[in-house]
Design a protein around this ligand. Sequence first.
Ligand code: GLU
Length: 552
Amino acid sequence: MDYNALSELLFPQITKTPEYFEEKYPPRQLKEGARVTRFAPSPTGYLHIGGLFGALTDVMTAKATGGVSYLRIEDTDKKREINDGVSAIINGFDAFGVGFDEGVTGFGTEDGAYGPYTQSQRVEIYQTVAKSLVKQGLAYPCFCSAEELSAMRETQEKEGTAIWGYFGKWAKCRDLTFDEIKAKIEAGQPYVLRFRADGSEDKKVIFEDIIRGKIEMPENIIDEVLLKSDGVPTYHFAHVCDDHFMRTTHVIRGEEWISSVPKHIALFKACGYKVPKYAHTPQVMKIDEEDGTKRKLSKRKDPEAAVSYFVEKGFPKESVLEYLVTLLNSNFEDWRRANPTADVFDFPFNLKKMNASGCLFDLVKLTDVSKNVISVMNAQKVYSLVEKWASVYDKDFHKLLTSDAEYATDILNIDRENPKPRKDISQWSQVRDYVAYFYDELYTPDYTMPANISAEDAKAVLSKYLEVYSAEDDKDTWFAKIKEMCEPLGFTPNVKEYKKNPDAYKGHVGDISTVLRIAATSRTNTPDLYMIMKLLGEDKLKARINNTIENL
Ligand code: GLU
């Protein structure tokens, strides 16, 4: 067979050679040990939390080694592609501050010297490499129709062959002659281009997965499709060309690709490329609420599978990143304790320390992490993040907040910026309810008093408080007054004393505070009551207390 003539017959339009692209995309000049990683999603218009997790792995690996991470869009599968499926992915990364060094930056925009970074714009590269494979006898056209292929699969199934696919005696087009091929092409028969595999079923390919260690699998024997009948490459072929010409050193991707590695190694070798290092990341799992089993986070069943869920609920990006990195490397928490204020991207991430057996995504844990993260933000930061969130997701609340930004910031400052800040906000969508009693527009009074306090006693407490109240009191004076109220009303200022002798009193100072708290806020649990009363102001506070007295 004259392979050269065959390559010209199949690719008359291709005039470049692989050498051209070798020169155009030279090896990167990076320091020893620097890793080049890529995140390579299909443009589905949806960013799964596992995608954010994978992208973090890429970005942090590159950062920790002084390397480069880039974003490549793999859009050769037209069936899955949606119109502008890129923006949702990019917006998802932006929302969480995950930035790549190179690659696609938006719908139709990109940055970097190794582009284009969108596969549909790289067809000339794939076809150039494909032509060169044909020239070396390493690829051939296959004219089998979809019907023939499914008939083949059915027979294989019936015969119970160990491996299904296009190989060996099943590979009918493998040995067509030049004239047969030419005749079919001239007759307008569609064809795909297949790889001429030279692996052997009883030989092993061994590779080192950075996360999983040594993996051994049978060599690839399948004549995989490289180019589909429209000349567009399959994922298998496209990513090999891209990872080579983009000079990727480390292919980090989901574990569902492990079984394809023998095929990929065979392709890298056939093309004459260095095989990259592999790291197959574990799936993001959850415990099913219903049956308690561990399963993959599902796009269909779990709203939290979509990164947009966290944006809509108003989880700060810091919280989500912080939590995801604890899942990536278990030593992150120690590092965080030693470096409480450091940027999460300064963490010396290590692929080797990733856990190979699925990582468990736990919304409750994330919520706790988020409470911690938010508790150490200052009030200005909290205000500006809530304001930004509400401007999109809660417009009415946004109006209230911004009508008096100073008031709102003062509210958010209660029990904050001290060594033991309150930890009760995990997401911005909670803030409306959290601050509701500060705004008449959001306030619904509820005068229900605790069961151990009679209406008469509650009224007496409130009336007495109105007598002693002064807007000028500092916190100590305020509290001293509350304690002084206790005994004349039959309560004790001393909680220990009350516990020793409960029958001697109607209650203790805590009960008095509760009555006041309910009158002021309609809640039994709030941040610092002194500050709340101060911010409500004399008029509003007195009005609420009077209302409570009337309604008891
Ligand atoms: N486009 C592939 C996917 O979305 C990427 C696999 C890889 O990272 O190599 O699964």
